[in-house]
Design a protein around this ligand. Sequence first.
Ligand SMILES: Cc1cc2nc3c(=O)[nH]c(=O)nc-3n(C[C@H](O)[C@H](O)[C@H](O)COP(=O)(O)OP(=O)(O)OC[C@H]3O[C@@H](n4cnc5c(N)ncnc54)[C@H](O)[C@@H]3O)c2cc1C
Ligand code: SF4
Length: 532
Amino acid sequence: MMIKVDEPKRADNSYDLVIIGSGASGATLAQKLASSGISILILERGEHLPVESENWSPREVFIKDRYKADENWTDRKGKKFQPNIHYWVGGNTIFYGAALYRFRKGDFEETIHYGGNTSPPWPISYTDLAPYYTEAENLWQVHGNRGADPTDDTKAPPYTYAPLKHDPEIARIKSHLTMQGLQPFEMPIAVERNVKDPLNSPCIRCRTCGGFPCLREAKSDGRKMVNRAMKFDNVELLSGAKVTRLHTNTSGTDITHVEYIKNGETCKVRGDVVVLAAGAINSAALLLASANDKHQSGLANGSDQVGRNYMFHTASATLSFAWPRVETSFPKTMAINDFYWGDPDGEFDFPMGHIQLLEYMNGDVLRGQLSGIMPYWLIPKFIADAIGQRLIPFLVMTEDLPEARNRVRLRQDGSIQLDYWHNNLVAHKRLIKRFHQVMHKAGRMCHCLEGHRAQMDGILPLYGTAHQCGTLRMGKDPADSVVNANGKAHQIENLYVVDTSVFVSSSAVNPALTAIANSLRVADIIKAECFT
Ligand SMILES: Cc1cc2nc3c(=O)[nH]c(=O)nc-3n(C[C@H](O)[C@H](O)[C@H](O)COP(=O)(O)OP(=O)(O)OC[C@H]3O[C@@H](n4cnc5c(N)ncnc54)[C@H](O)[C@@H]3O)c2cc1C
Ligand code: SF4
C-alpha cells in the first residue's frame, strides 16, 4: 500500500534524479535505480487508480470511458478527438494487453519498404539491447516459447515463464494454419499465470484483460514497478503532479527546475538529472512548451525534430465472424509472423507485418469500439453480446514509417495537435488480404472456422494512440535527432529520455518491451555517467 504524499519530502526540494511519468519506462527506470541509494522523485500527473469492481466492467471501461484521460486533442484538419490515453500511476500499462515482444534484429537496421520508403537504422543495434530484453522479460514475467516465432532471436535464452496454453478454439485455428505451412506461435504475455497449478494462479485468464485494469494484480504493469521502487526510502512518488515546464540555466545547457501543478498550485523541484518518461506525445509536448530564449522552438529542439516522426502503427482490427459460438475466455495467445519480412509466396519482397489475436470481445466492448461510427445505444446489448460471442478478433499491424510531417504540435491554447498522414498502406492491405486468404482456407478445413468467410476490417484512427512513438528520436547526428544513443538530449546536459518517443522506427510489433529494455539500458548509463 503506497502512502499518498502532497509535496516532496525533502526540505530543499532537491533530488539526484527526477523522473517525469510512471508508465512502462519511468517505473522500470525507478525500480532499477532504486537500490543505488540516489534520491529519486517520480512526478506523475495521474493519481492511484481506484481498485473497484468497475475495473472489470466492460460498460464502465469501454462505453463510459471511466478511466480514459478526459482530454481532447485536435487532428490536422482541426477536428477534436479523445485519445486512447490513460493518466494514472503506472501509465498506459494498467490497460495494456500485456503482449511483450522484442523487436527483431532487422528492426534496428535500415529496411526498404514497398515504394522505396525507408525505415531508418537506430544508433544502437539489437545486440546492444539483447541482454536488457532478457532482463525485461524476467522482470515483467513474460510467458513465451523461444524459437517458436520464426522471426525472433533464437539465440536468446529461453523464457523463464512457460507459454500460456491456447483455448481449444485457438489451438484448432493454430493447427489449421500450421497445416498451410505457416508457423503461428505462442504470444509472449506478461501476466502472473501459474501454468502448472492454475488453481493457485494469480492470473485466472479472465475475459477482461487488455483494455482493463487487473483486479487481481496479476498483470505485469507499471504499478508493480512503482511498488518495488517505493520499498526503498530514497524513492518518492508525487502523484497528481502534472509537469508543465522545464526551466534551464541562462546559458540553456542544463535543466535547473521542473515545474509542475498539483492541487491547482504551481510548484518547482530540482533534479541533478531529469528523465523524461511521459509517453511519446506528452514528452514532446512538454519540450515544446518549455521553449525559452536559448531554445526558442522548444527545449532540445535545435534539430527541429521535437514532435516530428510520430508513429503509432498502421493497424487494423479484423473481426472474424463464425455462426457457431466461439468458446474462448482468453484468446490472446497466438500470433503470426510469417509475413513479417515479405510474402512467403515470393511475390512481395517487402515487409508486411504482424498478426495477433485480440482480447475476448464482450458485447459492451464491441459497442464501445464502434462508438466512433454509431452511438452505442443504437446497437442493443443482446445483439452486441450475440455478435461478440461469435467473433474472433485479430490485430493486423504494419510498420508505419517516420515522416517529418507526422508530428505533435502545440496549439495556441497549449493543447495538443496531432498531424498525421497514413503510410505503408500497400503492404498493410496486402497483409490483410493474405490473412483473409489463410483464414478462408482454414475455414474450409476446420469446423470451428466454418463461416469465417466474413471478415470486417477497420484501420485504426488517430485516437488509437496506444502504440505512440518516435517524437524525440535517438540518433548520432544532433542535426536530425533529439537524443543521442545513450538517451541523453543532444543540447541539454542533464536531460535523458526513456519512453517510446526515442524510437527511430516503430517495427510491426507492440512497443512496450522495447521501451522497458531501453529504460533498463539507460538506467545503467545514467548510473555510470552521472552517479559514480
Ligand atoms: C489499451 C492499450 C493496450 C496496449 N497493449 C499493449 C500490448 O499488449 N503490448 C505492448 O507492448 N504495448 C501495449 N500498449 C502500449 C503500451 O502501453 C505503451 O507502449 C507503454 O505504456 C509506453 O510506455 P511509456 O513509458 O512510453 O509511456 P506510458 O506508459 O504511457 O507512461 C507515461 C506516463 O507519464 C504520465 N505523464 C504524461 N504526461 C505527464 C506530465 N506532463 N507530467 C507528469 N506525468 C505525465 C502519464 O500519466 C503516464 O503515467 C497498449 C496501450 C494501450 C492504451
Ligand atoms: S486475471 Fe489474468 S487475464 Fe484477468 S486481467 Fe488479470 S492478468 Fe489479465
